[in-house]
Design a protein around this ligand. Structure first.
Ligand SMILES: [Mn+2]
Length: 246
């Protein structure tokens, strides 16, 4: 793994990351509406719903160029192009099951291997969630889901704790699922947990189809993350931690 040099962009100018390569600038927040949404659970009668939390990221290294925009209160709309079709399929159903909106372009060095592409997309996606959530006041913070997919059962637990930890237990037996190198599923979630500063625990309990095993993990993860990001009416603007910082 080479050192990553990332760049910030004001906006996810999808497909316009060209000039950003190797500027060496530190990756910084781009659009983040969460700060303005500090008053989570605004109870003023007739007040419109709080502004949707969203963030955009451009990330360029010698290995990958990524443009990404995510909206937490989305409607499951997506446009995803990573160059790995099965990975696209997983990210698309992540958006739909999480009810997120996701625009994602990644041009990675797939001629080398899929590793950089999959891991860096995970990191960028995690960073986008971290930024979109702002100071995390008024969110549930933790979530879990038990996801069946036909004969397969997967579990996911997510804590947006500010700390990184990732455990993925799968029983995928083939080197490839579709065109995706199956061992990279773990690298994606590891990258996400680093970018989002989150605890991510995933396990395929059982199943037969390798396609289902991977897909059930992504669906369970999306729904656990959706729960963790959701607004907590009871805690309101309170930080969901006794530590004072997340
Ligand atoms: Mn499928």
């Amino acid at each position: 793994m080479t050192t990553r040099k990332t760049v910030a962009a004001r906006k996810a100018g999808l497909g316009k990351a060209g000039g950003a390569k190797n500027s060496g600038a530190k990756n910084t927040a781009t659009k983040n509406s969460a700060a303005k949404n500090g008053g989570v659970g605004n109870s003023a009668a007739g007040a419109s719903a709080p502004e949707a939390r969203r963030a955009s990221i451009e990330r360029a290294t010698t290995e990958t160029r990524i443009s990404l925009a995510v909206t937490i209160e989305g409607s499951g709309r997506y446009s995803v192009h990573t160059g790995i079709r099965f990975f696209d399929h997983m990210l698309e159903l992540f958006a739909r099951h999480g009810a997120f909106d996701l625009d994602l372009r990644c041009e990675g060095d797939l001629d080398v291997d899929q590793h950089h592409t999959v891991e860096d997309v995970g990191i960028a996606l995690g960073e986008a969630f971290d930024r979109a959530l702002g100071d995390k006041r008024g969110i549930l913070r933790a979530g879990y889901f038990l996801m069946p997919m036909d004969e397969t059962l997967a579990i996911a637990a997510v804590d947006l704790s500010g700390r990184t930890a990732c455990v993925v237990k799968t029983k995928v037996k083939t080197r490839l699922v579709g065109d995706l190198q199956s061992e990279l599923v773990e690298d994606f979630f590891e990258g996400f947990s680093r970018g989002a500063r989150a605890n991510v625990h995933l396990k395929t309990m059982y199943g037969r189809s390798n396609h289902h095993k991977v897909e059930a993990l992504f669906k369970a993860f999306a729904r656990a993350l959706r729960a963790a990001c959701s607004r907590d009416k009871q805690l309101g603007a309170m930080l969901p931690s006794t530590k004072g910082l997340l």
